[in-house]
Design a binder for this molecule. Structure first.
Ligand SMILES: *Cc1c(COP(=O)(O)O)cnc(C)c1O
Length: 411
């Protein structure tokens, strides 16, 4: 029998492959975008139906209702084609008023973003600050609001720049005592941390697609609680706004529709992302992130790192390298050795901290073992003192202890 060889071009291609370095894609451990699960990638490749077709509208109505359950609101979730910042801007322009008190809380880059957005529209918020790495105590908000009534309080649930979690429920309670509308950035807490919008007293909750919801970037989701909807029905934005006018968007959402063309493919992907969260169960999703966060903090600490935040979030972990090592060099070493992509610090924290993102169901506790081990290997190669193997053992000890039991973290 004649040997059947593949055509010459294929043979050449194989030979080239043998000699070329086959590129390995980085695994993303960044604070957004995150690794996208296969199921969502498949949904993204579907042929998009027309946005006015019955097929799409019925899916849109269904996914909107299910998203409302993930937010924990009896109100409505408005879905905008925008990055998360677009949702923040829509919230700011739709609720802030010049003749009412505006307070903005900041302990990091994303808290600062609320202030910048408000200033861009000519508002002058009163600012309540804490050091980066600290959470703003509810008492500080209480002092700032003394003698003030009504208006808005802008805050951040999980401050991604410092990997810090705020007690959003306590802060919202203080704001509500003063009759203020509570507007929260929940971009790295939705689908990660325990969050029940209405129960927590959050009137407006802004999320983005590329974090805990596991989608590519491109959607901003704005949860409007009953008080927020009532206010929008009464009055729209005082500043000029058109696409970002939430009064218009909320009126369409009430009809199960959008005022303009929605990002159809991302809505199909959102349907799948929400289904994944439903399959696992919201409480289990929160517990899972708590376990990853705890295992990573334990593992990295065993490798000599210090946890940067005094109130660590489970969406992102910020770590200070041992022995004064440059965080940028640690990140480079991890990428070269393992093809893990980590993030650095922003602004004055550049070179000072390593940030590891672990939002969404593409991650589990074994990622905490792998990343702690990679971090340990990197700092030892850069000259830190330590014993190889402690980091992975540390992270594994958390898993062996049954990780985080639901009752310990979720109320
Ligand atoms: C990612 C993020 C945002 C929004 O960022 P975009 O790049 O506009 O999507 C806002 N707030 C926090 C806390 C974030 O982590």
């Amino acid at each position: 029998m004649r040997r059947c060889l593949p055509p010459p071009a294929v043979r050449a291609g194989r030979a080239a492959l043998r000699h070329a370095e086959v590129p390995v894609p980085d695994r993303l451990y960044t604070p957004g975008p995150v690794e996208i699960p296969e199921r969502i990638l498949k949904a993204l490749s579907r042929r998009p139906p027309h946005h006015r077709s019955e097929e799409f509208l019925s899916l849109f109505r269904d996914v909107s209702e299910r998203v409302e359950r993930v937010f924990g609101t009896n109100g409505r979730v408005v879905i905008l084609a925008a990055s998360g910042t677009g949702g923040m801007e829509a919230a700011a322009v739709s609720f802030a008023r010049r003749d009412e008190p505006i307070t903005a809380l900041t302990a990091g880059k994303f808290g600062d973003r609320w202030i910048k957005i408000l200033q861009a529209y000519g508002y002058a918020p009163e600012v309540v600050k804490a050091e980066w790495g600290e959470a703003i105590p509810p008492d500080s908000l209480a002092s700032a609001l003394k003698g003030r009534q009504g208006g808005c309080v802008f805050l951040t649930h999980s401050e991604t720049s410092t990997a810090t979690l705020h007690d959003v429920r306590a802060l919202a309670a203080v704001a509500r005592e003063h009759g203020a509308m509570v507007i929260a950035d929940v971009i790295t807490s939705l689908g990660v941390h325990e969050l029940r919008q209405d129960d927590f007293g959050i009137d407006v909750a802004v999320a983005g697609s590329q974090k805990g919801l596991m989608l590519p970037p491109g959607l901003a989701l704005v949860g409007l609680g009953p008080r927020a909807i009532a206010q929008l029905e009464e009055r729209g934005p005082e500043s000029p706004a058109f696409y970002l006018d939430l009064k218009r968007a909320a009126a369409s959402a009430a009809q199960g529709d959008t005022p303009f063309t929605p990002a159809v493919s991302l809505v199909l992907a959102l349907d799948e992302g929400i289904r994944m969260i439903e399959d696992v169960g919201l409480r289990e999703v929160w517990r899972r992130h708590a376990s990853i966060g705890l295992a990573l903090r334990t593992g990295a600490t065993a490798a000599g790192f210090t946890v940067f935040s005094k109130s660590p979030a489970d969406s992102v972990t910020a770590l200070v390298p041992p022995d004064g090592l440059d965080a940028g060099k640690v990140i480079k070493a991890v990428r070269a050795a393992r093809h893990f992509m980590l993030a650095g610090g922003q602004d004055h924290l550049k070179g000072k901290i390593v940030r590891v993102g672990h939002m969404g169901l593409a991650y589990d506790v074994s990622d905490a073992v792998a990343v702690s081990d990679a971090l340990e290997e990197a700092v030892l190669s850069l000259g830190a003192t330590g014993v190889r193997g402690r980091a992975a053992d540390g992270a594994r000890s958390v898993i062996a202890a049954g990780a985080v039991r639901l009752a310990e973290t979720i109320t």
